[in-house]
Design a protein around this ligand. Sequence first.
Ligand SMILES: Cc1cc2nc3c(=O)[nH]c(=O)nc-3n(C[C@H](O)[C@H](O)[C@H](O)COP(=O)(O)OP(=O)(O)OC[C@H]3O[C@@H](n4cnc5c(N)ncnc54)[C@H](O)[C@@H]3O)c2cc1C
Length: 473
Amino acid sequence: MARIVVLGAALGGLQTALLLAADGHQVTVLERDPDPAPPDPEEAWSRWQRPGIPQLRLTHLPLASWLQLSEAQLPSLVERMTAAGAVRMNVLAPEPGMRGGLLPADVRFDTLAARRCLLEHVATRAAEAAGVRIERGVVCRGLRAGSDDGPRAKGRVPHVTGVETGTGPLAADLVVDCTGRRSPLPAWLRDIGVPGPVEEAGRRGFTYYCRYFRSADGALPASTFPLIAEHGSLGLLRIPADHGTYSLGLISRSHDHELRRLLRHEGAWCAAVRLFPGADAWLDGRPLTDGVQIMAGLTDRKRTLYDDEHPRVTGVVAVGDAWALTVPTIGRGLAMSMRHSLMLRDVLRRTGTADRVELVTAFGRATRDGLGGVYRRSTSYTRHRLAEMDAHAAGRRYRHPDWDRARALALLTQREPDALRAERAAAHLLPGAAAELSAPALVEAVDGLMPELERRMPPGPTRAHLLEAAAAG
Ligand SMILES: Cc1cc2nc3c(=O)[nH]c(=O)nc-3n(C[C@H](O)[C@H](O)[C@H](O)COP(=O)(O)OP(=O)(O)OC[C@H]3O[C@@H](n4cnc5c(N)ncnc54)[C@H](O)[C@@H]3O)c2cc1C
């Protein structure tokens, strides 16, 4: 069994550590934030200092596929989360198109609703209980490297033999980078002579403006509207969480300076939320956050460290956000990261760490085949949605055949439960979704809506109305 160093003790690093420790590997997790987990999740919300996870107190909901994988592979983690107050909820239930009630098979659309702090707190406790060593306040500063002429590598491929930390070196058979969206891996690689990974990144992204609330009686407001609603240059997330809490998050383009100037003020933020039909009642809760929590520059970014034949480096892999970021609006980060951790566990089961080249190339192939398409579809969403927001700000309707089809499907989901099931199955990365989406009856129904799309699209507020309402708020 291998000595494995995991960098980063947030959900991605912790679930990777749990999976690898369960296979008998000797796992050490290094975490730069020194603050240990407080005694209970509520204190985690009020006082856990985790600057390394800037999105900790922003809107989060794992996809249904995250729950499916977690229940199958780390059932005790899910049990602990539920015992701590995470709420099992079905993502179809609040959708306006969900007529006729849920079917028994719709359990596949269940997920766990909770503040990210609670998920983080429970995962930390679970890893500690499983005997994973977590060293807090230890910053990884770089990689230690030897070199290796792997059997299929061209030339000399640097081999990572451990990490340099603020408290000294640490040897490892494998280093797993789970340092998330701000992973310094490209700089660490350059320092040991490895040309930077091939990186693709969106030039533009989104900004989140979030607030958390707690309802007075612990129950969520009766008024339901979709978990995500998109109108022109603004989107709204309405995400239930644990212990009667929930969050509302407005989403704009990062470079939308007019909205940015307005939405950081609570009055303008509330006025913008009220523009979404049904959202009013959700503003009655007691605010749990000071002011509006803002995070900008949310875009897609992917790094490739290896291809089939020529790894750039061995002994190190990047998992979860450290490998690929997707925009949070579609909520894929935790599900992708869980899939990626499982891929690493399974590749390690097959290859071990002795054949260094085989390990990284097999993991590279599994990543490309298992998650490459998910990443591509996320970038397509980002591109079209930003173009739609641009068009709205310019007073136009955005038209593109692919986006029109997506909008036609969205319209259909409002009256056809099976269309809703197919669309949500794809959004939640559930098995079989591609077949459901390409079912002839569904394709025909979407085609039938295309000519009427312009007329049927809900009008929503104009840009001028939006700016006016927010400015008056
Ligand atoms: C605003 C926002 C909303 C989101 N909403 C959703 C959602 O609804 N659903 C969803 O599934 N996903 C969502 N995501 C994505 C999700 O937050 C990420 O996918 C997830 O945090 C990735 O987890 P991670 O453990 O890989 O990295 P992170 O959570 O980024 O954690 C990285 C860890 O590494 C540590 N670290 C960093 N550098 C070092 C170092 N040098 N040495 C040691 N430790 C280090 C950090 O302190 C931190 O603990 C959202 C993201 C954002 C930004």
